[in-house]
Every structure is written in C-alpha cells, then in structure tokens.
Design a protein around this ligand. Sequence first.
Ligand SMILES: [Zn+2]
Ligand SMILES: [Zn+2]
Length: 641
Amino acid sequence: MIKITLPDGSVREYEKGTTSFQVAQSISEGLARNVLAAEINGEIWDSSRPINNDSSIKLLTWNDQGGKSTFWHSSAHLMAEALEALYPGIKLGIGPAIETGFYYDIDFGDHQFSSDDFDKVEKKMIELAKTKEEYKRSDVSKADAINYFTEKGDQYKLELIDGLEDGNITFYQQGNFTDLCRGPHIPNTGFIKAAKLMSVAGAYWRGDEKNKQLTRIYAVTFPKASELTDYLTLLEEAKKRDHRKLGKELELFTFSEKVGAGLPLWLPKGAALRERLVQFLSKAQVKAGYEQVITPHIAQKELYITSGHYEKYGKDSFQPIRTPNEDEEFLLKPMNCPHHCEIYRSKPRSYKDLPVRYAEFGTVYRYEQSGELHGLTRVRGFTQDDAHLFCRPDQVKEEFEKVIDLVLHVFNALGFEEYTAQVSLRDPENKDKYIGSDENWQKAEAAIIEAAAEKGLKTVVELGEAAFYGPKLDFMVKDALGRKWQLGTIQVDYNLPERFQLEYTGSDNQKHRPVMIHRAPFGSMERFVAVLIEHCAGNFPLWLTPEQYIILPISEKYADYAKKLSEELNISDIRGLIDNRDEKIGKKIRDAEIKKIPFMLIVGEKEQEENTVSVRKHGAGDLGSLNIDQFVEIIKKETAI
Ligand SMILES: [Zn+2]
Ligand SMILES: [Zn+2]
C-alpha cells in the first residue's frame, strides 16, 4: 500500500500503482470526470500514470493553471494531428501551451498557410476530438526515436532528440498521431469541445534568425462550446478598450519613430492626468512619512557595478555614454535604488533616525527588445513611483503594513475592487542560495505574512519565488474584464545595504546594517495608466479625468454665457472646456460622448434666462436643469477621495 496526502492534509491509503484518476474516483465520480491531470509531489503527471510511492497529490481540473496548460498542450497535439491529416508531409517543430492557449510551429513546405485555412482546421480538430482518442504515453529508446522520425522525415524532431538523453525519451500517441513529448497530457481528446485558431506568424526554428522560418499557429480550445463564445466576446471588448487605441482617441500619449520606439510622448491631456496621479500619491506619501528626493538620469558606470545592476543590465541594455575624458563612462539609470543608497550614506544614521523613507518619481531606461514593446505596458523609458525605506529588522512588519495601506488607498481611489497578493518566500530546501542571515529572513518572512493577514489581504504564499536578495509581496488586480495584472510590489532587500555598506548605530553603540525595502504602488506611471485605461475603458474617475465637463452652447448667441459659466467653474477648481464650433447641438453631443467627457452642460435661451445649465451625464443621461451651485455640489461630492 502507498500513502496519498491530499491538499487538505488528509492521508489515504491506496494500492501501489493506483492512478490519480482512481484517487479522484474514490472521492467522487463527478470529480473524476473533470480531472485533467494531477500534480504529484509538485510535478504534473498524466492522471492515468501509476503512482508507486507515498506521494502528495493535487488533482487538476480546468480551474487550475496546471490543468489548463495540460489541456492546451494536449490541444496542440490535436491540432498537429488535424494539420497532418489535411496537409500530408508537413514537418513539426514544437507546440507548447502559453498563457492563453497554445501554438505549434509548422514547416508547411510549399503551402502558404493563412487564415483562410483556419475554419477547415478547427472542424477537423473537433471531428478528431469526438473520437475520444486516448493520449498514450510510451518510453522509447533513443535509437527507436531516431528511427521513427527518420522514417517520417521530420528533421526538427530529430534535432530535438539529438539533445535528449537515452532512457529519458517518451512519445505520446493519440489516434494516428505520434509526437516526441515529455507530457503530461489529458486522458483523451474527447475533453476538447471547442477550438479556435487565432493567428499565424513567422517564427524562426529555435528562435535563431539563421534557421528556417516556420509558420507559428496560435490557437485556443475549451472544454465547453459556451466558454469559447464568452472568450471571443471578451476579446472583442478588450479590443475596444485597448489602451493604444483609446490613448490616441483621448489624446493622452503618442509615439514618434523619430524619437524612437518604446519612448512615449505624453500629450497635454495625458500629462495632466499623470500629474494628477503623481499629486495624489505624493500627498498620501507625505502623510505616511515619506520624504521626496530627486536624482539624476545618469550616473557613473561604477555606481551600477557596485549595485550589481551593471552585471544585470549592462550588456543587454543601453550602452555607456562617453565623455571627452578617455576613461569616463556614464550609464542611463536602469534603477533608482543605487542613487537612494548614496543618499542614505550621505550622513551617519542612528537607530533613532530609522525608518527613513525616500520617494522619487524616478525615470529609468532599459533596452527592451523591439518585439517586446507594447504601447505603454512595455517601454524603454518609464517613470517608477519609487521609494526606498531603510529600517531596522524589527520595523519590517510595521513598514509593510503601512505600505499595504498605501497600496490599498491607491486601488480604492481608482476603482480596482478585486485584488490578491502573492507572498514570495525562499525555498526552504535551498537556504544557501539567498543572501542575508537566516534569522533576518525568518523574521522578515513572518512579518510579511502577519502584515498581510492583519490587513485582511487574500494571499497566496509561493515557496522558492523570492529573489535571492529578499522576500516580497506583489499585488495582482483583476480588471473590469477579469484579466489579471501585476501592479504594486513591496520587496525586502538584504543585498544592496551590503553592497553599499549601509550602516546605522544601534542602541548598543555598535554598527548594524539597515533593511532596505523597495516599493512601488503603481509599478510605473506608464504601465499603470495603460492598465487604468483598459480597466475603466477611458471613463476615468472624475477626480482624475482630463476634462470634467464640456459646455455646449446651442448657438453662438450663448457663447458669452458659456464663458461666464466656465469662469465660475474655474474658480471652484472644476476643469473643462467649451465647444464653440458652429455645429448642430446633436453633433456636439455625439463628439463629447466619444471623448468620454463626464458632464455635458447644454446652454440655450432658457438656461441663460434662468441662470442654469441643462446637464447630461456620460453613461447616465439627462440630469435636468441645475443652477451652477448645484452642479458644483455634484462634482465636489463625486471627486472626494
Ligand atoms: Zn505533448
Ligand atoms: Zn529599488
């Protein structure tokens, strides 16, 4: 008999060779029907694979990331089977699962595969899926594997086999299709109920430009047809909210080829919006005891050699800037932390001075590959809402709690209602991989977990996910479309204080190392604004939005009245504009809708006579006739944060 430990900690006994499918069956038939694979001692296995030793197991369904990726990787095999049936003689590269679906790299020979072929392939996949072919795993010798693919004439698989060790090679077969694969796979193709090919792109074999370019087909599959429909609706909605599209329409930012890829240019409205975010956070930071600092955009290369950033970013990022002096080199800063360490070092510190909290909206530069650039979410120059806290080890918990409060204040003010936090700890089996004393790590990890619990955060704890220099807490927010974004991070660092020899004098009159905490509630201004645009579809919270109102005079006769109103609103610190164009009122209203301006104030003869405005609210319709004080009252109420 073997002992099986389930995720809830309960232990059950089974016969040696029991499969995780059978374990599921012993719990409930319903569960067994939905099991796609299982995590056995941390490794994902086929649910049909016999378990021969005491193990801890987690059954994986569509609701688990591991279940989904097994499902999608299995779908890649199914797509390859369909493609082989439709285009005999094609050669196959690799077909992994990705975050949303999977792809397969294919050498089609002379055939030009295009989106016109999608429909045919999808139908074939579903036809094959209906036969419920089992995914069968088999061990093969290297010689047999080579024979099989030599006969098939697939040089790509042969290349892959070449890099594998004999005795370590497995094939998976479903129906007439066999692939070189480590697995794992779902039980049979019948689980796949809906398939959609999404796009084709060129991809060099093994990512090397010297190799042949293959056709990469991206696709996605689902265990229910309705899930595919929901997914496509979501994609449609995401397209409408794409921050690159809305950023242009709302005149927030632009890019110029002349300036350079990945270097955003903030337009007046975008800059004003960003500045409001900066003011909002600065105000909260001052209340929380932060001090603002300002540091240059470049520094001597030696600074980053000391910090270790040169090693990390030097070769693959912007190259050093030279000066007329032969041996002088400067780097664009990839991180603000080294500068802040030098500020800390600028005078002696006592334990009574700690914590010190230095905040800076610091712009950093990193050379992202051009293929990686994406709107404002992946850029080459960006401004972090950075801060570094230097504290004593006994202050870590309190500092974490304060930063969590700040992050939640940000989420709250910007309408992110759903979020989770991930606590990343060190791998307890490999403690020597990490810098810093065992005692400090234990204290800091416990402090983070306690702080998160006391603040009522929904957390997942991940062992082994900490950086080598310290544990951290990351916030994931769910946007209005249910997509997850990583925003906001709080990170303990034992490394930089060591490298920069930071010190404070303790109550024992001895020198001690402070703990450094990096934190950024927004992450970066660029990425945050991008996520915010997509989350609220360009309908920003009223306190943040570029224009809070637009006055629409029915004709030029009311231009003076409109001007007088706007002056009054200006005094009350309410911002907006007047549409004085010689256009019909219907057209002015439609244009204001597109610009997503929250309030339209329509003025004509009646309004001028009664000293009122006729108010329309974006997304809510007519609010009727109000006098200016009543309107100011509404705005004040809605902008209170
Ligand atoms: Zn596979
Ligand atoms: Zn930092």
